[in-house]
Each structure stands twice: as structure tokens, then as C-alpha cells.
Design a protein around this ligand. Sequence first.
Ligand code: SF4
Length: 241
Amino acid sequence: MDTQPGERCPFLQERLVNYCSAAQLTKFVPFSTQTGRCGTDSYRFCEAYLELARPAKPEEMHAPPALLYSPNHMWLHSSGTGTVHVGIDGFLAHLLGSIDQITFTTLRGMQRPSAVLSVGGVDWPLVFPNPMLIASANLYLRCAPNRIVDDPYGAGWLFEGKEPAGGNVRQGLITGDDAQRWADHEQQRLLEQISRIGQKAGVANDGGSIVRGVMRQLSREETLRLCHEFFAPHASFWREI
Ligand code: SF4
């Protein structure tokens, strides 16, 4: 480097940076990290983004087409650059209505993301069927668990991680039209199940939909039966999809 005195300090360097205009204090984002959260569509899970530009919520029982779904009602979002997020779908959020507590049972490393949801005295372990390299869990949910059910596709995300090299984190998941057909079928199956256990209070006045938070109206045994039917790790897709 030329350190001879001149018109400007020889140690002044110029670099291209981005900055986050959502942060109260200017936060510079290195230009080289265009594949991180800020430079990919993983931004949709950033707290600062969600604070200022919360996107319209999808209809609760609708399956957003950009996501992939597991049979036990969890979703996977891939940024296309290897970063993935996992959460619960709107169907499960609607049934829960609210939750008392979440306990993360996996926090880092190559694992099947899992967490225990506590609702009305029932603890239900949710396990995403495929392993991924977990980088972090959304620990903020420990003190604000209802974010999971109020914004399941945004601030209520559960895990962030990387697609494992050579692994297949998308194996057995469905998306697009298949996902919506499956979601519609699951609603019908749920209506039949709720009617079978005689919980008329769980069915809305229109006779064709389930009231939000129906799980809190069920007995412990009925809740467990419903969870085994729809949210167990061994759940499988409706075979005619
Ligand atoms: S993703 Fe978040 S930190 Fe990055 S630019 Fe957007 S709001 Fe700022």
C-alpha cells in the first residue's frame, strides 16, 4: 500500500456495503453475504422485516404454495441457497387456537427438528420427518408461544438450518396443487373425526368448518386420539393424492 502523504489519508478504503433500513441503528450488511437471510427470500422470517412489512396472512386452512408439507402438518421453506426453515401449518395452528408452552428438544446439529407443544394439559411431540443441519431454533417463542398459532408461516417459524449435503430434507414432502388437495382432504377428515367423537361444539354453525381452538374443547383422551391421527411422526399422506 502506498503510505505516502497525499490529498486523502492513504488508509481510507472503499468497500461496497448494503445496509438494513428497517433497523433503528444503521446495520451494515456485507455485500458478500448476498446468500444470507437479507439477500434471499429467507428475509420473510426476519424479525425486523416482519415488524415493518408483515405480509397479509394466508387464509388459515389454506396451504401456501411456496412451501413443502409433511404429513404431520409441518412445513419446510427453502431459500434455494441451502437455508431452510421449518414450522407448523395453518391447519394445526387452527386446531390449537392457542398454546401454553413450547419446549425445543433439538437445538443444533444434524437432527430431525422436534419440539413439544403443550396445550390444555397435553404435551405433544412434533417431529419433522427428515433430518437437517439445525442452526437455530426460534427461542423467542418460549416467552411468546402464541406466535406459533397467530403467525405460523412467519414469526412463528420453529427452526432454521441448512439442507444437508447429500441428504434429502425434502424427501416425501408435497407442494403446489397436491398440497392444497391434501389440505382440503384433511379438513374433511377432521370434520368426520370431530363428528365421530360427538363434539358438535367443535363444528362451526355453517356445518362445514371447524372452530378455531377446537382442541381445548376436547378431553385429554380425545385430544391424544386426534394428535395420533393427524400429527404423529408416522403420519402418512392420503394415498389418493
Ligand atoms: S432481512 Fe432483516 S436485517 Fe436483512 S435487510 Fe431485511 S429487515 Fe434488514
